[in-house]
Design a protein around this ligand. Structure first.
Ligand SMILES: [Zn+2]
Length: 307
């Protein structure tokens, strides 16, 4: 594959990583569509996939890659993450990404044949291809769209770019993890179940029974299309908030985790949110199938008339 040669030349990728990408690229395209080929190649060329090396400090590597000198808030539970650094150039804001894969054991090499390692890299590539490099300014904030999620930044008094929260991250993580499972299954030719975000996936499964909605979600992830929002109608806020709320339980602050009562409260709330999402999805699917039945009856009637 041409792209593999280019990546090898640009980032000096190992043979193992090239073999992995050779399998991953067709599987990603098979899930998201062949029309994403150029986008996927461009993303891979702009985003290094870096496997942590022996004795390498994550902070030092990131500072060198992004030409910065700062303290990093490295996510503690993830073994891989995609980081986007926002910078200004010619009066417009851009982002540059990296996919950083951490060692789980400092004495062992990262094993690219390990399914768990493969799936976390696929997950991060899926985020990366949906990340826009050109940023928009909206209501005084800089907005970086990654799939359905909008990450917001502001400029502080010293001129530094600071994070200001994100919208719709829960739904985006759910969809991204669903894509990760599908792509892994295609790539390895066997059904794959990931071990992350299972509560998000449980709720999402019911929504995705509606294939039209799944199509609109994917369109919204790659473009500015808001058709999925219109399609969800009155359920939109409940669905977006529900997924955000479930996601937040994966990132509880330590003060809550160590407090048994508060922890149980958070878990109970998560299960309640999940059930509410499932109920909404079931209701939507039922209404859809009834209206489809009416439509097909109408069609049969019309056909009879024509006969
Ligand atoms: Zn993610």
């Amino acid at each position: 594959m041409d792209i593999i040669d280019k990546l090898k030349e640009k980032y000096n990728y190992s043979e193992e990583l090239c073999v992995f990408l050779e399998k991953a690229i067709p599987a990603i395209l098979s899930y998201y569509g062949e029309d994403k080929l150029d986008l996927l190649e461009k993303t891979l060329l702009d985003t290094e996939i870096h496997l942590q090396e022996k004795n390498e400090k994550t902070k030092d590597y990131l500072n060198e890659y992004f030409d910065t000198d700062k303290e990093w808030k490295i996510p503690t539970i993830a073994t891989a993450f995609q980081h986007r650094e926002i910078f200004e150039e010619d009066n417009t804001y851009h982002s540059k990404s990296i996919i950083y894969v951490r060692k789980t054991n400092i004495n062992e090499e990262i094993d690219l044949e390990n399914k768990n390692t493969q799936s976390i890299i696929i997950h991060e590539i899926c985020h990366a291809i949906k990340t826009k490099n050109e940023l928009e300014e909206k209501n005084g904030l800089i907005v970086n769209k990654t799939g359905l999620c909008e990450e917001k930044y502001y400029i502080d008094e010293t001129g530094e770019i600071k994070e200001s929260g994100e919208d719709k991250l829960g739904l985006e993580e759910a969809l991204n993890t669903h894509a990760e499972e599908k792509i892994m299954s295609i790539m390895n030719n066997e059904d794959y179940k990931t071990n992350t975000y299972s509560h998000l996936l449980e709720a999402l499964d019911y929504l995705l029974e509606d294939k039209e909605l799944e199509k609109l979600f994917i369109e919204g992830q790659f473009t500015d299309s808001t058709e999925w929002i219109d399609y969800l109608g009155d359920d939109y806020n409940k669905i977006v908030d529900g997924f955000d709320s479930i996601l937040s339980v994966y990132y509880l602050p330590t003060s809550i985790i160590i407090n048994k009562e508060k922890r149980q409260e958070a878990i109970a709330k998560r299960d309640q949110d999940k059930q509410e999402l499932i109920d909404i999805a079931k209701k939507r699917n039922k209404e859809k199938s009834i209206s489809e039945m009416i439509d097909s009856n109408e069609e049969t009637k019309t056909n009879h008339k024509e006969l």
